[in-house]
Ligand binder design. Structure first.
Ligand SMILES: C[C@@](CO)(OP(=O)(O)O)[C@H](O)COP(=O)(O)OP(=O)(O)OC[C@H]1O[C@@H](n2ccc(N)nc2=O)[C@H](O)[C@@H]1O
Ligand SMILES: Nc1ncnc2c1ncn2[C@@H]1O[C@H](COP(=O)(O)OP(=O)(O)O)[C@@H](O)[C@H]1O
Length: 280
C-alpha cells in the first residue's frame, strides 16, 4: 500500500515569556519559535486492514498508543473512516524530553503525511486545530514557518524573515520535568512586555530577543545549563540560551566551522549529546 517517508524537524525557542497562570493551571506564553534541521525520520505506510502500529525503539519513547504519533494517526484515520490502518516507524534523532519539541514534531508530521496519504485535503488550519488536541507545540510544526506563538502556543503569526544561521544544540542529559518547571516558576509583573523588532538583518538582531523565563527555574537547579551557555559564548556563539523547558542549550553561529569547533570543545570529556544544524 501507499507509503511516505518524511522529516520531522526539532525547534528552538528564541524567546519564551510566561505571561500568566490560567485557571486551568496552564500558562499563557509569548514565544518566538524556529525549526532547525535536526530531524526524526518518519515512515508511514497505509495498510488494508484497520489498526495502528507505531515503532520507535528508543529508550523513553513509548511504542503503540502512548506515542503522540499514534494519537495523530488515530485522529486522521477516524476522520477518514476508510477502513484502512497505518504502520509508522520513527527513527529518533532528536533527544527526548529535551525542550526541542521532538514528539510534537513527529505528531505534526504524521498529521500532514496522513492527510496526503488518505487524500483528505484538510486545510492547514484544520490540521492545526487537530494538532492542538494532541499537544501545545503541535500547531507550530504544522505552520512550518518561524512564528510568534501566543496562548499556550496555538495562536500563531509568521515572524519577519530571519537570516539563516548555524545552531549548535547541546543536551547534558539531566532530566527536567516540564510540569515541575511551570509549577516552580515565580511569575513577575507582565504589564510591559519587551517589544519585538520588526526587522531581523543579522544574527545579532536574532540574539537581541533572546530570553527564556523558564531558565529562572532550571538554571539554579541544574547549573550545567549555565555552564554550557558560558562555554558556547566563550567559543564564539553570538548568543546562547536554553530551549523550551530544557535542558538543551542552543547557540547561534555565523558559520558551520565555528559551530563545529564549539561542539568539539563541549563534547571533549563530557558525553553530552551535541548536534550542529541549520535553521529552516
Ligand atoms: C516549554 C515548551 C515551549 O515550547 O516546550 P518544550 O520544552 O516541551 O519543548 C511548551 O510550553 C511545553 O508545552 P506542552 O508541550 O504542552 O508541555 P507538556 O509536557 O504537555 O506539559 C506538561 C505540563 O506543563 C504545564 N504547562 C505546559 C504548557 C503551558 N503553556 N503551561 C503549563 O503550565 C502543565 O502543567 C502541563 O501538564
Ligand atoms: N514520538 C515521540 N517522540 C518523543 N517523545 C514522545 C513521543 N511520543 C510520546 N513521547 C513522550 O513525550 C515526552 C516529551 O517528549 P519530547 O516531545 O521529546 O520533549 P519536549 O516536550 O521536551 O520537547 C517524553 O517523555 C516521551 O515519553
Amino acid at each position: 500500500m501507499k507509503s511516505l517517508t518524511l522529516q520531522a524537524p526539532a525547534k528552538v525557542n528564541y524567546r519564551l515569556d510566561v505571561i500568566r497562570r490560567r485557571p486551568d493551571g496552564y500558562h499563557d506564553l509569548r514565544m518566538v519559535m524556529q525549526r532547525v534541521n535536526l530531524c526524526d525520520m518518519i515512515t508511514i505506510t497505509l495498510t488494508e486492514t484497520p489498526g495502528i502500529t507505531v515503532t520507535c525503539g528508543k529508550n523513553g519513547v513509548p511504542d503503540g498508543p502512548g506515542n503522540i504519533a499514534w494519537k495523530a494517526a488515530k485522529a486522521l484515520l477516524d476522520l477518514a473512516d476508510q477502513g484502512v490502518g497505518a504502520v509508522i516507524d520513527i527513527a529518533k534523532n532528536i533527544p527526548v524530553a529535551a525542550g526541542l519539541g521532538g514528539g510534537s514534531s513527529d505528531a505534526a508530521t504524521v498529521l500532514m503525511g496522513m492527510n496526503e496519504l488518505l487524500g483528505l485535503q484538510l486545510s492547514e488550519q484544520r490540521l492545526m486545530e487537530i494538532g492542538l488536541t494532541l499537544g501545545a507545540d503541535v500547531p507550530f510544526f504544522v505552520f512550518q514557518k518561524p512564528a510568534l506563538a501566543e496562548g499556550v502556543g496555538e495562536q500563531l503569526a509568521p515572524m519577519p524573515a530571519m537570516p539563516p544561521v548555524w545552531v549548535l544544540l547541546v543536551n547534558p542529559g539531566v532530566h527536567v520535568s516540564t510540569a515541575w518547571v511551570y509549577r516552580s516558576l515565580q511569575l513577575t509583573n507582565r504589564d510591559g512586555l519587551a517589544k519585538l523588532p520588526e526587522l531581523f538583518r543579522s544574527i545579532e538582531d536574532i540574539c537581541s530577543i533572546f530570553s527564556n523565563d523558564l531558565e529562572s527555574v532550571t538554571i539554579p537547579a541544574f547549573p550545567v545549563i549555565a555552564e554550557i551557555k558560558e562555554i558556547m559564548l566563550r567559543e564564539g556563539a553570538a548568543g546562547a540560551m536554553m530551549s523550551g523547558s530544557g535542558p538543551t542549550v542552543f547557540g547561534l553561529f555565523r558559520d558551520r566551522e565555528s559551530a563545529e569547533r564549539a561542539r568539539a570543545v563541549l563534547t571533549a570529556d563530557t558525553g553530552w549529546f551535541a548536534a550542529v544544524a541549520e535553521t529552516i
